[in-house]
Ligand binder design. Structure first.
Ligand code: UDP
Length: 410
């Protein structure tokens, strides 16, 4: 180990960080792991991200850029399985990570796990390797169940999360709200939780000329409203469809919906049916999943990006839209209150009511459109969320935990 360099094992058991974004189980958490691993590697640390192998065509090791690798570990059948089904393979996963570590003569300074399934593995690795374990839950089962949209999260998840949340591992929460939820619902001790927001890739997400972006996408509408994300009930897309019917604007806005694949087809069909019932089917286009490299076209083409989710742990899409200079209207989820400057870079509403979403969308659609200076101002508002800053903040947390791990017991 060179001076100040950390050797980090990141764990993402159920969801391969390089999976197709916008599909059922592949979204913000995958982006977080890829971006953070890449940035930590650039900053000189050594990062290995361990995930379950699900495709026989995959190589065991992939480079994720400078100093960062993705390592596929066998656990259960080599095929795509439901994330809950990975639970019974977690002991095998943990043992095979250890086997890989020994065979390759690796040593780590800390484990950073993502999602409750990985946190379960992380606690074993911590014990075996005598190093600190940090974890990030990304969403909380108990909160999802209270929100009441989408599949119910099983008791196994909620109980395991609760145990992990109380067990003294350092927890990274992306928002103060999640910290409070961990304390209130799971009985975590507040001093074990650090709040560090998620980041945005400011090179990837850049403002493009609106006209050029629209031409590139074949969109010739006067106004464009954008949704980006996984297509699932928790995202509340029906609220956005209903909001479309309350818009005062008579300039024929188009709603572009980005995300979702065959795995979300039944929900897409429900949304299409609702558009027909609402009489707006000709104004809604479903684009399917789009690679992040092309998303700047969508964000830049849009007049407003809307987030009508019932629950977000953080909400990367808001940051990405603002980085492209496009204002956001959102329900009060994730870190939206912290990210959005009310009336300047968008609006946060508190009840996810279609009428209220529409009121704020109207404010953004009815003006003359943004000049270059306003676009750059919106982009500048998220400068502090650059991944380089977030990686430094996370490294600060790593070092604190390592220092207290080394400190002799009083
Ligand atoms: N995303 C993408 N292509 C798509 C849909 C989504 O690249 O077709 C990405 C999007 O850029 C964002 C992430 O998926 O980085 C979604 O993250 P967010 O935190 O908004 O939602 P989550 O998936 O965590 O619920």
């Amino acid at each position: 180990m060179t001076d100040g360099q950390l050797r980090i094992a990141m764990i993402s058991v159920h969801s391969c960080p390089v999976g197709t974004l916008g599909t059922r189980d592949t979204g913000g958490m995958n982006v977080y792991i890829m971006e953070l691993a890449g940035e930590l590697g650039k900053q000189g640390h050594l990062v290995d991200v361990y995930t379950r192998v699900h495709d026989p065509a995959d190589d065991q090791i992939y480079s994720l850029g400078q100093n960062a690798r993705l390592i596929h570990i066998k656990a259960g059948a080599v095929e795509q399985i439901h994330k809950l089904a990975t639970y019974s393979h977690l002991p095998e996963f943990a043992c095979n990570v250890e086997e890989f570590r020994k065979t390759n003569d690796l040593e780590y300074d800390l484990v950073f796990s993502h999602y409750w399934l990985s946190a379960w593995v992380g606690q074993y690795l911590q014990e075996w390797w005598h190093i600190p374990h940090l974890t990030m839950f990304h969403t909380l089962g108990a909160v999802k169940n209270t929100v009441g949209f989408g599949e119910d999260e099983p008791e196994l998840r909620v109980e395991t999360e609760k145990e992990l949340a109380r067990s003294g591992h350092r927890i990274i929460a992306p928002t103060e709200k999640e910290k409070e939820e961990l304390v209130q619902r799971y009985g975590s001790s507040p001093e074990n939780i650090s709040v560090v927001p998620c980041g945005v890739n400011l090179e990837l997400f850049q403002p493009l000329d609106k006209k050029m972006a629209r031409e590139g996408l074949g969109l010739d509408d006067d106004n464009i409203i954008l949704f980006v994300g996984r297509i699932e009930p928790l995202k509340g897309i029906e609220q956005l469809l209903k909001a479309m019917t309350y818009l005062k604007n008579d300039r024929c806005p188009r709603l572009a919906i980005v995300g979702g694949d065959e795995s979300s087809q039944s929900h897409v069909e429900k949304l299409k049916e609702l558009s027909r019932e609402l009489g707006i089917e000709d104004s809604v286009t479903f684009f399917g999943p789009i690679k992040q490299e092309r998303l700047s076209y969508f964000y830049s083409a849009a007049d407003v990006c809307v987030i009508s989710s019932y629950y977000e742990s953080f909400g990367l899409v808001a940051l990405e839209s603002l980085a492209c200079g496009t204002p956001v209207v959102t329900n009060d989820v994730g870190d939206s209150r912290n990210i959005i400057r009310q009336g300047e870079t968008g609006y946060v509403i508190t009840d996810n009511e279609p009428r209220h979403l529409a009121e704020k969308m109207d404010l953004l659609l009815s003006g003359p459109g943004l000049d270059k200076e306003s676009v750059l101002k919106i982009r500048a508002s998220v400068g502090e969320f650059a991944w380089s800053h977030i990686a430094e903040a996370i490294t600060g947390e790593f070092r604190k935990v390592m220092d207290s791990h080394l400190a002799p017991a009083p």
